[in-house]
Design a protein around this ligand. Sequence first.
Ligand code: HEM
Length: 961
Amino acid sequence: MAMGESVSEDMAWSLAWGVGGLLLLAWALRTLNWAWWTPRRLERALRAQGLNGTPYRFPNGDFKENIRLAKEASSTPMPLTHDIVPRVLPFLRRAIDEYGKICFTWFGPVPRVTIMDPELVREVLSNKFGHFGKPKGSPLGRLFLRGLVSYEGEKWVKHRRIMNPAFHVEKLKRMLPAFCACCSDLMSRWENLVGSEACYELDVWPELQSFTGDVISRTAFGGSCEEGRRIFQLQAEQAELLIQTIQNLYIPGYRFLPTPKKNRLKAADREIRALLRGIIKKREQAMKLGKASNDDLLGLLMESNLEYYQEHGNKNAGITPEDVIDECKLFYFAGQETTSVLLTWTMIVLSMHPSWQVRARQEVLQVFGERKPDFDGLSRLKNVTMILYEVLRLYPPAVFLQRQTYKTMKLGDVIYPPGVTLLMPIIFIHHDLNYWGKDANEFNPERFAEGISKASKDHVAFFPFGGGPRICIGQNFALLEAKMGLSFPLLPSPNLLPAQPPSPRERPTTRRPQCRAGEQRSVCGRSIELKLEERRRMAAQQPQQQQQVANSFTSQFAVMSKAQLYDILSQMKALIEQNQQEARQILIDNPLLTRALFQAQIMLGMVQSPKVMSNTQQALQQPQPAQVGQPQIVHSLQTVPAKVGEQSEPGSSQSLLSARQQHPTQPSISLPLASGSSQSLLSARQQRPTQPSISLSLASGSSQSLLSARQQHPTQPSPLSEPQTKGFLNLQVPSVTPIQSSQIQNISQPNPAAPHYSNLPSHLPMISVHPQQTLQNPGLFNQLLQPPFPLQPRQVTMQPFAIQFHPQMPHSLGLQPSSASQQLLSQPLFHSGITPPSSFPQGQAPHPSQPPQHLYQVGSSHMGTDYGTQVSTSMQKDRGAPWVLGSSEITTVGTQLPGLPPMISGQIATGAGGQPPRPPPLTPEMEKALLQQVMGLTPEQINLLPPEQRNQVLQLREMLK
Ligand code: HEM
């Protein structure tokens, strides 16, 4: 018996060993098949069809190289250019350069073929049969994120049908008060932060993250937004943990190890689910009692679910509470990060392109005045929409999309076996010169003036929200939120005083020393500055106040450095180029401003060739009723002093003195060419520390002044013309206003001596005059520009893997979470509040190799059109039908107004023999006004002038006495 027992025990053991061995063998074979045979087979199939790509490396593919390059790219400071592709996806960039546009790389053992042709992208995304399905993603990713974005087949159809109504425009309108409340809270928060500070430096990335989190909390859960906020925090933590964990996922077997991070991920998931369960239960009870408000996403989702259930009369018809939880979780993930990335980049870009900031602000003011933004108004914001589109183009929050072949599929000329990932790099296509033209890497919202379909050569080339049946369900939501989020800071805020002329002293900036807890992904100490400025009460109707305005302009201009004066003039010029009519009106409406601008030119010693002047005048004559006694706006090609910092410019004395001898009938305002201004901006770096240092949001302040000047006109009632103190939140701009790159590119002439420079937008050099910018760019920037600033090494705190987390996400969104924005934000590029000229070390000059041609520009005459016809906030309305469901093409009629004659660098006028040309003519009234201004300068103001001009002013005053 005992022997029999031991035999059967032995047999059981052998059987167990046998089974175990077989299982092990099966597992080994499966692993080998997954990690070796399949990739080799797929590689052969792809190569046989002429596709090139990286050779497969067992078992990680290009994973490590991907990480290495991403780390490398992010460890160097980000150059201030919109060409961010090499930084965001360096590995893919390299692969495409090496193997061609349709090439394959390896994500682990899975080949990923890049699809760069928008038509093929459309084919993939429009496929309704799920043959190009979403990649499955890792189990860990699935734990983090499920819901609509990850479903396929019938489940997806059902969920999409139930969720769609919640995002309908009519429903979104009901959420507008929640949007508004979040914006108001944000503004109050910023106002409080600023407090009594004249200038406050703010890291907007975490601010906007919590703003969009707040929006989702309120719009998703209405009254339960406190729990919603906790969910948001937990999800942010989850995202962080996931990013860290994913880096190790391709260590075989790693995903089965219970590491502390994974445990925390799971614990966070449990807490989120418990919270959501509680919210849903409360809502169900309220619904039963008829007390529930269904104006939030959860309510709408539950309502729609109920309708679906009733329609199908089957208790399994709708979606389960667990499904609702997953969808709510998804709202956060899909809606919060993406929109905050969009808003953050928009603010950065607007601070880089002040003229667009002016335009946006002007539009927002025109549409809303002092009203709170409403749906109709938001739909009419044409410039803001164009700006958002352009930001979505250059900085798409989802950098690529992925689909997988689940059966053999033909796409283009290639037959793909099952198991191949198709990667559609949104960011590459958005930057592709073939579709967007030579200025693909420039910020030029004007390209969207006639809608999306006309913006590129192939309207499918713009797909920040994806396309086909799985297009982002929240795109209307996101655009509405972004418009609202952008409008608020541009509007006069009741609790802020209007901006006052920037004082000549250096303003303190408050910098947050370190990240707040839970904001690991924000970028410490690197921020763009938002500046709140005081502004004097002005009531344009009262002459006394008008005089104040005049004095305000005069005193502002009197204490400005040359760079700042140039800045203002070039902004005015940019405004003229973008909207000549508008600019004309501003100048006509504001003789005081006009006069002050003229004064600025005198202070800059600007003079011009009468020949060029008359040509330009001719070209600009518009068939408008003659404005007798009103200044004529003239763009003049001007010779700009080669070195603003140097004080001996004969032109400057001439300008004022000789002006007295001329009495032409038409007064004219000569605005400097941006070329000039850029040049002057460059040379402005040589300014001596004795120049008054002015807080750098001067540029925004000044554009503000221009704008607000418009408001002061008695015939135009405006927020600022009311006898209240009103204010603006100025998106900070660099002290030296960068010229619109889009304008520059037309004329920039690459310097053959600096070939590596040729693909950099020409605004770079100017922006780099910012000291911190230069500090951050020891490489190319320093090499090119020889920054005149003291070098202070700064730590680059890039999350190295941030841009790599997307491939693991179950929903296949190649999200660009914080990497790029983090990088740019991580540099103090735009917290320009600390760029007083006084910080320039004496004697430092720009690098001699600096190619000045890069800075010349031509005027663009493409005028904006009214988006009034574009009622919808949706991009869907702006697309071709096959690409987007239910879409109809928007055709906003563009008005091509007669533009400025193109100017080429060769036309830039210089006076004979290098002497500055003669100044523009003045009417006796103008002359009188100017002389009065000169006489009105206080000794303090005169002292602040550069010596040469000081002498001239003193001489003149002496003469006049
Ligand atoms: C600027 C903001 C946003 C961008 C750039 C964006 C981008 C995208 C993209 C590219 C997709 C397609 C993914 C794919 O095809 O694989 C997508 C899908 C999705 N988005 Fe958005 N999104 C944004 C905002 C939002 C918001 C605010 C919500 C919700 C509150 C949202 C919810 C979703 C959902 C649920 C899907 C899945 C749709 C489906 O698979 O049927 N998104 N989003």
